[in-house]
Design a protein. Structure first.
Length: 190
């Protein structure tokens, strides 16, 4: 069984919306405003590219990343990695041609089936709604969270407000950086 890893830039109050500056959002670009850039704090992002063997995302994140990430040197390892997009509306004609193999999954059952295949970790980028659904159905195995010392107030959250049983997490790696960022890696306890 493959490990499904949710990775996120997240504010202290749980917002994950538009961290990189995607247009049309209230707090777009919040990860790089008023926070000193310290390369060590982002080491986990490079490690994720080296360790993951596939990327999973929702339609909205795919539509935001696919026009930009294929040409970005910082994300070169993702270009050749198989990608899976969970969407009931995206069609094959909507996929970009310069970002490697991309498969559309139509349901969380198909995500569960993907997890049951042979292979290494699958990384989930962006995709707030998808992350909530994956978490609520118990499909996420690990969280890689870079917590920013900000309270954004409004925006899409990483975790849903669904009334569900407690889900215990085990902290397996952490660090705090001089700019206030915290790296927290949690395994989901089953």
């Amino acid at each position: 069984m493959r490990t499904l890893i949710s990775t996120a830039f997240i504010s202290l109050d749980g917002v994950v919306e538009a961290p990189g500056g995607e247009p049309g959002y209230r707090n777009a670009g919040w990860t790089f405003k008023d926070i000193d850039f310290l390369p060590d704090a982002f080491e986990i992002k490079g490690r994720e590219q080296k360790e993951a063997t596939a990327m999973l995302m929702g339609r909205v994140s795919y539509e935001a990343f696919s026009p930009v990430w294929p040409a970005m040197e910082d994300f070169a390892d993702y270009k050749v990695m198989p990608k899976y997009v969970v969407s009931t509306t995206l069609g094959e004609d909507d996929l970009v041609s310069d970002w490697g193999d991309t498969t559309i999954l139509r349901s969380l059952d198909e995500v569960a089936a993907l997890k049951d295949t042979e292979g290494g970790p699958i990384i989930v980028h962006g995709s707030a709604s998808l992350n909530q659904a994956l978490s609520d159905t118990g499909l996420i195995d690990r969280y890689h969270l870079l917590v920013f010392p900000l309270l954004l107030g409004a925006g899409k959250r990483l975790f849903s407000v669904t009334d569900k049983d407690t889900q215990k997490l085990e902290l397996v790696e952490h660090a705090v950086y001089a700019n206030g960022l915290q790296k927290n890696v949690f395994d989901v306890v089953r």
